[in-house]
Design a protein around this ligand. Structure first.
Ligand SMILES: C[S@@+](CC[C@H](N)C(=O)[O-])C[C@H]1O[C@@H](n2cnc3c(N)ncnc32)[C@H](O)[C@@H]1O
Length: 267
């Protein structure tokens, strides 16, 4: 199943590899759900899906509760008239000003498919600021939204920081963490999913939360770049290395194959 959003760090291409390492359990918890590639392609009885991006979680909650009505409400925005810079910037302004959750979710979907590279980036005051993407005919992900809606009936969505989400895990749960990756070099800084960024202190806080969860009987699997600092921080976990093709990178030199790892913290 394909995700309906374009998302930096989307795990679509490596879900099988992740699923092979993921211990079994009743509920899968994803504190950094993003576009939800693993959720869509695994078979747990239930899911707790969280992210610190409120617009993302509001979109999922709206689709979950409204289903086909919401999909019908979104479709008209994907028209040739709305695929121009003027229409794009007018809708982006509306998105940044409206407090209507349903309208905001609709425009968030439109922005995701019409903005530059499908990026999700905000300025310091929280305004979405990605420029127009100039696509010939942006795709309306009707089938992908329908599939997401059907599967979302097993899920609970939550707008939360990872620390809060991981604290909610109890034995029987399995946690998969896909945080913004540690940069490969000082010029590769793609960590702007939401205002605030994700620094090395947060990478260490994530390791501490994973170790605490494992101590409570909950296995935690984490994805990241295989840098020496990360390997040191993950000492004690079972680590698997592999190479991945990257498409979104601030550093053109890193667009090719990069070393990643999966670290499993077991109870
Ligand atoms: C690498 S992406 C996850 C990609 C996802 N696995 C997928 O397949 O699309 C990282 C996600 O972490 C979220 N995020 C960043 N900082 C966070 C934090 N402190 N707590 C929770 N989520 C956070 C971002 O909004 C983003 O959606």
């Amino acid at each position: 199943m394909r995700t309906f959003l374009k998302w930096a760090g989307n795990k679509q291409r490596i879900v099988e590899r992740i699923d092979e390492l993921l211990p079994r359990g009743k509920r899968l918890i994803e504190p950094f759900v993003g576009s939800g590639a693993l959720f869509l392609n695994t078979d747990f009885a239930s899911y707790l899906l969280a992210d610190s991006n409120r617009d993302l979680i509001d979109l999922y909650s709206t689709l979950q509760s409204e289903g086909a009505d919401f999909i019908d409400f979104c479709r008209p925005l994907f028209s040739p008239e709305n695929n121009t810079p003027d229409a794009y910037y007018a809708l982006r302004t509306r998105f940044n000003q409206t407090t209507d959750r349903r309208l905001k979710s609709t425009i968030f979907l439109y922005l995701n498919r019409h903005c530059y590279n499908g990026l999700c980036r905000y300025n310091a005051s929280g305004g979405f600021n990605v420029p127009f993407g100039r696509y010939k005919k942006p795709y309306f992900p009707q089938a992908e939204m329908e599939a997401f809606w059907a599967k979302s009936q097993q899920a609970q969505f939550c707008h939360a920081d990872f620390a809060t989400t991981i604290k909610a895990a109890t034995p029987g749960d399995v946690v998969y963490c896909d945080p913004p990756y540690v940069p490969l070099s000082s010029t590769a800084h793609f960590t702007s999913y939401s205002a605030g960024g994700f620094g090395f202190d947060q990478q260490l806080a994530l390791v501490a939360a994973a170790k605490a969860a494992a101590h409570r009987g909950v296995p935690v699997l984490i994805s990241n770049h295989a840098t020496p600092e990360i390997e040191e921080a993950y000492a004690g976990a079972r680590i698997e290395h592999f190479q991945v093709q990257r498409y979104i990178s601030a550093d053109a030199d890193n667009r090719n194959s990069v070393g990643e790892l999966l670290a499993l913290f077991l109870p």
